[in-house]
Design a protein around this ligand. Structure first.
Ligand SMILES: O=P(O)(O)OC[C@H]1O[C@](O)(CO)[C@@H](O)[C@@H]1O
Length: 547
């Protein structure tokens, strides 16, 4: 059912109209000294040390609004949909598939999940464990008997972003005597620069592609194989230097990779939800299998939290409904993710795909065109760099940008006062965004210059900008797993309320198909009559300038 058909949607619209001019964070806090205690909640892992504390008190919500948001969750049957996802029903309706990334990390076995392939998950994990150990302890040798010192993951989208983000976020745990490289872009520069840093005798290529048909990945893998064979000469050596992570056995073996060097996963693992699967092999090599298992465990702990916690204290639900409040009622177009942890500098990039490929849809599951906003534009970067780049606009621009601030209590690198300085910024920004600075205060500070009205006005901060603050003890593998799963389920809840299929990605197809038909034209083959005059003109410009 479209989101607007729910009674609580109308209620929320009314609440927005009646509160939008009067609801201020300043008043909300002044009225209720217990607001922080009431609007904050902590998750602690059952099986791991994962912990996440969420302070959502700096949001433009009162009790009535929160209650209406919770009613929306109930009316949209989010809990039923969640249970259907967990139990393996084919909730990816357009592709007729189950959505079972939770089965990849069901480390306790508490989730009862039925689907072909689920029973094989432990077997693949065991394969990953043995292989990653063999690379790390150097018992796996290259074709000249040397241990592996370069690992190149070749993949794109979900077959790249997860491994990149996690190996960065958990760099503290990464084995430093192996260099990890990630090649995704079809631009030859990407693979060329990586190959310059590698030696064919000690390089392992991991070809990561669910479909094993993705143009970028197969082209980069072929270039790498050619580069490798220039030195190794004999094709039999490919087996020691190329492994595949895929659902497509036929295409993998046709490429020349031995089936026993293939790590299987299944069509019920969406690309952007796949780092928990064989796609995580580079992560397991980088941080060690035990840490990879902790990553899975932390995510599993959030899966259990999402399943078993009442919606009022359920972290993914809370983050999802607050997002909907701004996205659909306040008209916010974007949402910023701002981790105050340098290791997490790729976290927002990762969730650009995670969120935008999942919820960037305008057709409901029933085939109707939505008459409301769906997925926000996700962006962000690590603090404090963002402060010196785009925070100006968040504070004083004309757009409302809800933000998530994320920081760990403990750093992996306790040097001097760095961490407390970092955290003072992570705390100061949401405070400034929420409460701003009024004209009176500015005038007081300006003293004699207060007569300059323009100057006074330009120094006023309107405040009332909503934020969440997410605090973890430390970015450990388990806590990172929990954070990722938290955002995954937030995306799920929002998609469920918007009544869209968060698990297909039809929108990336058209451009891919067109690129295939344009490629021969860039070789001067065929005519350009099927293209617009603009694109035809550009093709001809290219042809007349190409050397
Ligand atoms: O793993 P594959 O099949 O190469 O696909 C890579 C990526 O391409 C997409 O299908 C579209 O961008 C993503 O969903 C996926 O993560």
């Amino acid at each position: 059912m479209p989101a607007t058909a729910h009674a609580s949607w109308n209620k929320l619209q009314q609440l927005y109209e009646s509160n939008k001019d009067s609801l201020t964070l300043e008043q909300l806090f002044a009225k209720d000294p217990q607001r922080f205690e009431k609007l904050s909640t902590e998750f602690k892992g059952k099986y791991t040390d994962a912990n996440v504390f969420l302070d959502y008190s700096k949001n433009l919500v009162n009790e009535d609004i929160l209650n209406a948001l919770f009613s929306l969750v109930k009316e949209a049957n989010v809990e039923k949909l969640r249970d259907e996802m967990y139990s393996g029903e084919h909730i990816n309706t357009s592709e007729g598939r189950a959505v079972l990334h939770t089965a990849l990390r069901n480390v306790s076995g508490e989730l009862n999940q039925q689907e072909e392939g689920v029973a094989d998950v432990p077997k693949v994990l065991q394969h990953m464990k043995e292989f990653s150990n063999a690379i790390r302890d150097e018992s796996w040798k290259g074709y000249t008997g040397k241990p592996i010192k370069n690992v190149v993951n070749i993949g794109i989208g979900g077959s790249d972003l997860g491994p990149v983000m996690v190996t960065e976020a958990l760099k503290h745990y990464v084995k430093r005597d192996i260099a990890f490289h990630f090649v995704s872009n079809i631009d030859g520069t990407h693979i060329a620069e990586v190959l310059k840093a590698c030696d064919p005798e000690n390089t392992l290529f991991i070809v990561a592609s669910k479909t094993f048909t993705t143009q970028e990945t197969i082209t980069n893998a072929t270039t790498s194989r050619d580069w490798f064979l220039e030195s190794a000469k004999d094709k039999k050596h490919v087996a020691k230097h190329f492994v595949a992570l895929s659902t497509n056995t036929k295409a993998v073996t046709e490429f020349g990779i031995d089936e026993k060097n293939m790590f299987q996963f299944w069509d019920w693992v969406g690309g952007r939800y796949s780092l928990w699967s064989a796609i995580g092999l580079s992560i397991a090599i980088a941080i060690g299998y035990e840490n990879f298992h902790q990553l899975l465990g932390g995510a599993h702990d959030i899966d259990l939290h999402f399943k078993n916690t009442p919606i009022e204290q359920n972290l993914p639900v809370l983050m999802a409904v607050l997002g909907i409040w701004y996205n659909d009622f306040y008209g916010a177009q974007t949402h910023a993710i701002l981790p105050y942890d340098q290791y997490m500098h790729k976290f927002a990039d990762y969730f650009q795909q995670g969120d935008m490929e999942s919820n960037g849809k305008y057709i409901t599951k029933g085939g109707q065109h939505v008459d409301y906003q769906t997925g926000p534009i996700i962006w962000g970067q690590a603090g404090t760099n963002g402060q010196h780049a785009f925070y100006q606009l968040i504070h004083q621009g004309t757009k409302l940008i809800p933000c998530d601030f994320i920081f760990p209590v403990e750093t992996h690198n306790p040097i001097g006062d760095h961490h407390r300085i970092l955290l003072s910024n992570a705390l100061a920004q949401p405070e400034a965004l929420a409460f701003g600075k009024d004209e009176e205060q500015v005038k007081k500070e300006l003293g004699a210059q207060a007569s300059n009205e323009t100057l006074v006005k330009s120094k006023v901060f309107p405040g009332n900008k909503p934020t969440n603050t997410i605090v973890c003890q430390k970015i450990t593998p388990a806590t990172l797993g929990a954070l990722i799963a938290l955002y995954e389920h937030k995306i799920f809840v929002q998609g469920a309320i918007w009544d869209i299929n968060s698990f297909d990605q039809m929108g990336v197809e058209l451009g891919k198909v067109l690129a295939k038909s344009i490629l021969p034209k860039l070789h001067g083959e065929g005519d350009t009559k099927d293209l617009s005059s603009s694109t035809a003109g550009l093709v001809n410009y290219f042809l007349s300038h190409a050397k």
